[in-house]
Design a protein around this ligand. Sequence first.
Ligand code: SF4
Length: 472
Amino acid sequence: MQKDNRVLSPEQVALQQDYIEKNRVFYLDRLKRQPLGCVVTFGCQQNEADTELIKGMMVDMGFALTETPEKADVLVFNTCAIREHAEMRALGNVGETSHYKKANPNMLVCICGCMVQQQHVADKVKASYPYVDIVFDTHALWRFPEFLHERLSGSRRIFDLSGDERGLILENIKPVRKERPSAWLSIAYGCNNFCSYCVVPYVRGRERSRRPEDIVGEAERLLAQGYRDITLLGQNVNSYGSDLEGCCAFPELLRRINALPGDFRVRFMTSHPKDATHELFDTMAACEKVCRSIHLPVQSGSDRVLKRMNRRYDSEKYISLVDYARKLMPEITITSDIIVGFPGETEEDFEQTVALLEKVRFDSLFTFIYSRRKGTPAYDMPEQVPRDVKQVRFDRLMELQNRISWEKNEKYVGTMQRVLIDGISEDKNYELSARTEGFKLVHLRGDRSMIGEYADVLIERNSTWALFGRMV
Ligand code: SF4
C-alpha cells in the first residue's frame, strides 16, 4: 500500500509557477494584448473538472478565456477515449484547426486527455495532424505551462506521454469553474477495476485518492464562494482512500463534508456496485446534506455477461443493494448505465437485462452500444455482436426505459419539491431550470436573479426527461 498520495512537491509547484510567469511575459511582449485561451472538452465530468484546472493555469498565465476556438492563441482539446465515436468527433474538431492556423499562424494547438493517452492515437496525430503543436497526457496536466514554454521557446512539436500511471496530484491550481451554484470536486483519479470493455484504467492510471483534508478544504472554499450543489467525482468513489494509508473511507468523507456548516447539497459519481456497502446507504440516509440520489452503473442484467465484463458482482447482489437503499430511503432516485451488444451477448442474456430494468425501474438510464476499444480484453473476444443486432437491442431498451422514466416522473405531479435553481431553461416556455434533491430536472417560470436560490415548487406536469412546475 502506498505510503502517502503523491501531491506535487513545492519544488515542482515553483518550477511550473516560473513557466507560468515566463509565458505571461512572452505573450504580453509578443501580442501587446491579452492572449486568448480556449479549451474544448469531450467526455465525462472528470474531463470537465480537468478542463477547469487547465483554464485555471491559462488565467494564471494572463490569458482571457474564449469559447470560440478559432479566436484562440492557445487552443486545447481535452479528449475522451470511452467510445470510438468520441474519438472521431475530437479528431474531426482537431482537423478544423488547420484552417484556423492559416488565419493565425501563431495559434498553438494542443491535445490532452484520454484519447491521446493511447499510443496508437498519439502516433496517428503525429503522422496525420502536422499542425498540432503539443500533445500531453492526463497524468501530466500540471506540466502544461512547461510544455507551452518549451514550444514557445522554439522546440519542435511536443509529444509528452510519459504515462506515469501514478500521476502526481495537482493541489495548487485554482480551477476556473462554471457558474454557481453547482461544482465538481474531484476526490480521486484513475481506476483499478479493469472492466474488460473499458479503456479508463489504461489511460487514467491507478487509483490515487486526494487527502481528505484537501477535499474538505476545497468544499469549504466552494461553500464560501456561494456554491450550493457539490458533486464529488471519481471513477469509483466507493474505493476512495483504499490507496492511502490511514485514510478514511468514502462514507466517512461524506460525513465530514456533511458536517460543514451551511445549506448545501452533496452528490457523488461514479459508484461501482462491487464496492457499494450498506454503510454507504446508511450514511446517505443519516446525512441531511447528502442527496438521496445515486448513479449505480449495472451494465447488464446477465450474470454471464457481467462475469465476462469482469464487473465482480452479479444481478442478485445488485438488486439486493437497490432493495436495501429503497427500504432505507424510499424516495431515493437511482440511475444507471447499460451496455448492449457486449461480445457474446445472446438473446437470452439480453432478455435478462430487460427483466432487470423492469424489476429495478431506474429513474433514468444511460444506454450505450458496445464499442470495441483497442488494448482492452473485450476487444479480442470472439462472438462480436453484429451492428444491426446491437441497434435493435438498444432501441428496445430505450423504448422500455422511456416508458419507465415517464411513469416514475408522473408520480411527482401534484407534489411539492424543494429545488435548487441552477440555470436557464432550454424549454422556451420557461425561464429557469432547477434540480430536485433526486437530481430531477425541473423547468419553472421566474426571474434569472433567482439562479443559485432554493425554491419550493408545485409540480404541475411531467415528461420522460423532466418535471414542470411553479414556485409557491
Ligand atoms: S469501474 Fe470499470 S467501467 Fe468504470 S472506469 Fe473503472 S474500469 Fe472503467
